[in-house]
Design a protein. Structure first.
Length: 423
């Protein structure tokens, strides 16, 4: 017997989570199937709407205003600006992120020393905005080679930030081993366990503050790599701020990302609160049906288990996440075999320049306005399947800095359209 739901969402990234959440909040019986861990833990934790135009103009001040000039093939053009706003309102309702009070992009420094335009950002990063003219001290940790504080500070100064910024490097209290994961630092600060400092035991937060205090000159804010706790980040920042007499913030980092993990936890908790069913760890490998999908099959311990639903949402990711696959024969979507527009000649997939505009960055499924995948002839392929997130084509999320926003907007659109079909 097939396991039945009204809506079945395939994919546990930002698009899949948003789609399932939008569906569950409308009262539908929804089940989310996720094969691998969410890609959120590999992301910075920032949510970008649109930082640059497809032609490279930017950074953009108002991403919503720029959406009206995007090509018709872009996912934002497909769903419309008002749907993007509704989707972001849902995101704001279930998270504690900053940025929802304005249409304007915020500018945040990153661990590479660049200034990044973003629409939503964790509270842990709020005191680090590049538009803030207060001087800043960046503190790196010796064993974390991917955050070189002096290097980041010099790059920010070269970028013309409106404040003085310095970088210093310390040894983390407790002398964790050189290959310690970011979660080890976070756990130590979460529990505020005692650490040895010059032969004396002190709580980890106090020890960290005392190690940084002598480095502070006239700065009014201090930035750390994003390791300041997983369970209690707000309490950790508050304790450090009180003991150091400055505002404390985190600089967004590369993978693995604690802000990404925190966001993942919050979204899964919201989904659970909304009453959705969640299953992880097993892949969807095939489907049954013609123009109407009856069920998909999930591989479990060598067997294929059927899952039936009235509506399906495909949110499996793009080329990086294997939601889109390519080989010498072409480009394909592996679960429903949805059409993926691409040139027949492989040499037309790439630009001759390494950092050029590579066409493959925009490969993905094409949909109509209800997020239904389209065939090569422009016809709807399945009446009860919708696609969302980076499985979609028509945009380059890396160049545009639009990945999070597209995932939220199209996930929301796919979910709400699926519910409309049920009613």
């Amino acid at each position: 017997m097939a396991i039945e739901s009204e809506v079945l969402v395939v994919g546990g990234g930002l698009a899949g989570l948003t789609s399932a959440l939008a569906t569950a909040r409308e009262g539908a019986d929804v089940r989310l199937l996720s094969y691998k861990q969410s890609t959120l833990r590999q992301a910075s934790g920032l949510v970008d709407l649109l930082g640059y135009t497809p032609d490279g103009e930017g950074p953009l001040t108002d991403p919503y205003a720029a959406m009206t000039d995007l090509p018709d093939s872009h996912p934002y053009s497909t769903v419309g600006v008002e749907t993007v706003r509704e989707a972001m309102a849902l995101f704001d309702d279930v998270t504690d992120y900053e940025g929802g009070h304005t249409d304007t992009n915020a500018l945040l420094p990153t661990h590479g020393g660049t200034v990044k335009p973003t629409a939503r950002y964790p509270r842990s990063a709020a005191a680090g905005l590049a538009s803030d003219d207060r001087d800043a001290l960046l503190v790196g940790i010796e064993s974390m080679t991917d955050f070189d504080a002096p290097h980041v500070a010099s790059h920010l100064e070269a970028a013309g930030v409106p404040f003085d910024v310095r970088g210093e490097t310390i040894q983390f209290p407790g002398d964790l081993r050189a290959d310690a994961k970011v979660t080890r630092y976070a756990k130590l600060l979460d529990t505020d366990s005692e650490v040895a400092v010059r032969g004396r035991k002190r709580p980890a937060r106090e020890a960290l503050a005392q190690r940084v205090n002598p480095l502070i000159e006239d700065e009014e804010r201090v930035g750390f790599p994003a390791v300041l706790g997983d369970d209690h980040p707000a309490a950790i920042r508050a304790a450090l701020s009180e003991q150091m007499g400055v505002d404390v913030f985190e600089v967004p980092m590369g993978p693995p990302s604690l802000p990404g993990l925190r966001l993942e936890d919050r979204l899964f908790a919201a989904l659970d609160e909304a009453g959705a069913s969640i299953e992880t760890g097993n892949p969807v490998v095939s489907y049954e049906g013609d123009e109407h999908v009856e069920r998909v099959f999930v591989e479990k311990n060598g067997a294929e288990i059927p899952y039936a639903a009235e509506q399906f949402v495909l949110a499996t990711g793009g080329l990086v996440g294997k939601g889109i696959e390519s080989d010498r024969e072409g480009v394909s979507e592996p679960i429903f075999d949805c059409h993926v527009p691409h040139p027949a000649d492989r040499y037309d997939w790439f630009d001759t320049e390494v950092f050029g505009d590579h066409p493959f960055a925009g490969f993905g499924v094409e949909t109509d306005g209800r997020m239904q995948p389209l065939s090569a002839d422009g016809d709807v392929e399945f009446e009860n399947v919708r696609a969302a997130g980076s499985v979609l084509g028509g945009y380059d999320f890396a160049a545009e800095k639009s990945g999070g926003g597209v995932s939220i907007a199209t996930g929301y659109a796919a979910g709400t359209n699926a519910v409309e079909e049920l009613r």
